[in-house]
Design a protein around this ligand. Structure first.
Ligand code: PMP
Length: 287
């Protein structure tokens, strides 16, 4: 089946889609993005994702390429043309094309690229949970902005892949866990506190993170937003990660040590099921 991409006002075949060599996204990583899940043909948490896009654009003083209503139409058309029922839509906004010069160009013509693809929910294939390794967090001080400047994340993820792990949790020089390369990090303490790092400039405030937090509170769990250390994570009863594509994913091993008894924990499993219901998916147990 042919795939289609939206590039600056036009749909083209995915394999022919191209952006100018002096696009600032290409030159400087001067671009932001979002990934939104599509489940059973519906967008999951679209509003919060588009709110976060607006925030990223605002923090970087980048012009929105089109109004939100037009963007929503473009996203739907991209999903429709690619016949995605379960998968993701990716959108990227850059500060546009200009002669290479660090300072902002005089024009405010942002570039917009949108792609979509089908994807099976990962939770079904990884029902036994995943392994994470740890790497030093070498990123900048504005990890709250969802930019395409992802080189530290790329390097950390590659380490995970080479170690046979699913994800890498990044750790500060003080020994605290910030987040994964493309997912937020959570632990459940022996006292059944559900802990995740507060959304400061040190992490991306994940949309899945926010939804899972609200679900956990609704279910009456003790949710605590605080910094936690790698040592605490190693001693935790349960651990998991959250993201648009991984949903709620149990973490059963950190580096060479099992988390708890090395199997997905009960609280994690409950949150996984609740999140699946929120996102309108069949839960792995019933799929
Ligand atoms: N942290 C980072 C660094 C990420 O790239 C992502 C995925 N975009 C997340 C966390 C999870 O965010 P979300 O739940 O919005 O997908």
């Amino acid at each position: 089946m042919s795939r289609f991409a939206y590039v600056n006002g036009r749909f083209t075949r995915h394999r022919d889609a191209a952006i100018h060599i002096e696009d600032r996204g290409y030159q400087f990583a001067d671009a932001v993005y979002e990934v939104i899940a599509i489940q059973n043909g519906s967008f999951v948490d679209e509003g919060p994702h588009l709110d976060r896009l607006d925030r990223s654009l605002g923090e970087l003083r980048m012009a929105p390429p089109v109004a939100r209503s037009a963007l929503k139409r473009i996203l739907r058309e991209t999903v429709r043309r690619n016949r995605v029922r379960d998968g993701i839509v990716y959108l990227q906004v850059s500060r546009g094309v200009a002669r290479r010069d660090h300072a902002f160009p005089a024009h405010r013509k942002s570039s917009l690229v949108v792609t979509a693809r089908s994807m099976k929910p990962k939770s079904a294939a990884l029902a036994d949970g995943v392994v994470v390794v740890t790497t030093e967090d070498i990123r900048w001080k504005r990890c709250d902005i969802k930019t395409v400047g992802l080189l530290p994340n790329v390097l950390a993820k590659q380490r995970a892949v080479e170690a046979g792990a699913y994800e890498s949790w990044m750790v500060t020089p003080d020994g605290d866990v910030t987040e994964g390369t493309s997912a937020n990090a959570w632990i459940v303490t022996a006292g059944r506190e559900v802990v995740t790092r507060p959304p400061t400039n040190a992490i991306l405030n994940g949309i899945t993170r926010r939804t899972v937090r609200a679900i956990a509170e609704r279910e009456g769990y003790a949710v605590v937003e605080r910094v936690f250390s790698l040592n605490e994570a190693r001693a935790a009863a349960e651990a998991f990660l959250t993201s648009t594509t991984s949903h709620v994913m149990p973490v059963v091993r950190i580096d060479d040590r099992p988390v708890g008894d090395g199997r997905p924990g009960p609280l994690t499993a409950a949150l996984q099921a609740d999140y699946a219901a929120h996102a309108g998916m069949a839960h792995p147990d019933t799929a």
